[in-house]
Ligand binder design. Structure first.
Ligand code: 4AD
Ligand code: MG
Length: 427
């Protein structure tokens, strides 16, 4: 019977077949230990029969194979099972030596071989955490009255400023851009469905060569009618807590492989800390920074503001001058907007950007004009403020930033199967 490695525990003492790859082999002449993986998990096959040992002799690293054996429980570990091998069928022996070995490889070599590197244990674990985060996002929103709305990727307008747009020719004499965020379209959709979220690839032609930036990344935008600034932050913190709890529950093995300190993840509970931008600037200055009101926060500033906190920190109500046109002006201070960034702990940086949206036709029209963005591409967006405008808010979660945080890994490039960055779009 064919079974998945993850299900071996249900078949103790039975003879089963697993289908996968041999990623390592050890042993002497009389016994061989095959390290096997099939995508669902990893196990060991113990080979002692002489005629099987002869077949196993031909198997090099990454040989694909079907291994039959009797399932036994590890003598010391409850949840570890192995196979006493009774049959070996080779599917394919690598034609050359597998290029990724146990020795240390540099990042460029690994990225050039990303198509193979994905098979490594750590990379396997990261992709599984990624899947868990994606599923948690869907579950959180569906449990909270949001429906999935797919927003377009080819767009005639800019959501997050014109300087980071990827431009494409659209047939003979038109041009379009790759979406930076589905937000504007989601705002239209929630005037129909009330609460919605999208989840898809977004693009930024950002010349940032950091450990937190990709040029193609996946964003989840959420948007809700009749939700205002405070409630918007509550939805964000509840979602982050939900995602982290889900990963702690379902990705124990993966987080162990990644050597993630899960202790700090268990402390991610609501409420998160809230600091206004103004307070954040004062705090930074009191700690010796020369940052001035009106300047954007840098990576070091984000680290300073979160280093003493067990929970992520909201920095909210930023100066209007450095934020996008669509954010609602703070009724208490026209210099500020009702927005927030959510900064993760342990130096993970910005995970979420969100805001209440400007719902006044006149104020929004003026903001669009001030940014020299007038024209038909924004008229439909203004229309939403013309026909039954309501207060509404939303936010965008960067999937790879969240995965990086949950996994506790240094560089964002490992969180996406095939990273696209300033200097890399291959393989
Ligand atoms: O803060 P951002 O730019 O916000 C928006 O795009 C809003 N329209 C979202 C909304 O309100 N619906 O981007 C949202 C998040 C960031 O907080 C960050 O996590 C991630 O997207 N992000 C990136 N991730 C990887 N590489 C990049 N270059 C990123 N730029 C933003
Ligand atoms: Mg942002």
């Amino acid at each position: 019977m064919n079974v998945l490695i993850k299900d071996l525990g249900n078949h103790v003492d039975a003879e089963v077949t697993i289908r996968g790859w041999m990623f390592n082999k050890r042993g002497s002449g009389k016994i061989a230990f095959l390290q096997l993986r099939d995508g669902s998990g990893m196990t060991q096959g113990v080979v002692t029969e002489p005629e099987l040992l002869e077949i196993v002799e031909k198997m090099t690293m990454e040989t694909s194979c079907k291994i039959t054996g009797t399932v036994s429980q590890h003598p010391k570990k409850d949840d570890v099972f192995e196979l006493q091998v009774t049959g070996v069928e080779i599917v394919h022996v690598p034609e050359e030596e597998y290029p990724i070995s146990k020795k240390e490889h540099g990042p460029d070599f690994l990225l050039d071989n990303r198509h193979l590197w994905l098979r490594s244990k750590k990379q396997w674990a990261i992709q599984r955490v990624r899947d868990c985060v994606i599923t948690a996002v869907y579950d959180y929103f569906h449990e909270n009255g949001f429906i999935k709305i797919d927003t377009p990727i080819l767009t005639p307008n800019a959501c997050e400023g014109s300087t980071t747009l990827f431009e494409l020719e659209y047939f003979e004499d038109d041009k379009v851009f790759l979406s930076q965020s589905g937000q504007l379209y989601l705002e239209a959709a929630i005037m129909s469905v009330g609460r919605g979220f999208d989840f898809g690839p977004t693009f930024r032609a950002e010349k940032s060569k950091t450990k937190r930036h990709l040029t193609e990344f996946w964003m989840m935008d959420a948007e809700a009618a009749f939700v205002e600034h405070e409630e918007n932050m509550e939805i964000q913190e509840n979602m982050v807590v939900f995602i982290v709890e889900r990963c702690l529950e379902r990705c124990k093995k993966e987080l162990e492989i990644l050597e993630r300190d899960t202790e700090s993840l268990t402390k991610i509970k609501a409420p998160f800390k809230r600091l206004t931008y103004t307070e954040a600037i004062e705090d930074l200055r009191s700690k010796g920074s020369d940052i001035k009101f009106g300047e954007d926060l840098g990576n070091d500033d984000e680290v300073t503001l979160t280093q003493d906190s067990d929970v992520p920190v909201f920095i909210h109500k930023w100066p209007r001058a450095i934020k996008p046109f669509y954010m609602k002006v703070d009724p208490e201070n026209p210099e500020l907007v009702l927005n927030n960034d959510l900064i993760g702990t342990e130096g993970s940086g910005e995970l979420i950007g969100g805001s209440q949206r400007e719902d006044s036709y006149e104020v929004l029209k003026k903001a669009i004009e001030e940014e020299d963005m007038e024209g038909p591409e924004y008229q439909w967006y203004l229309d939403l403020r013309k026909y039954g405008s309501v207060p509404h808010s939303g936010f965008g979660l960067g999937l790879e930033r969240m995965v990086r945080f949950v996994c506790g890994i240094e560089h964002i490039r490992e969180t996406i199967p095939f990273p696209r960055m300033l200097t890399r779009f291959r393989p």
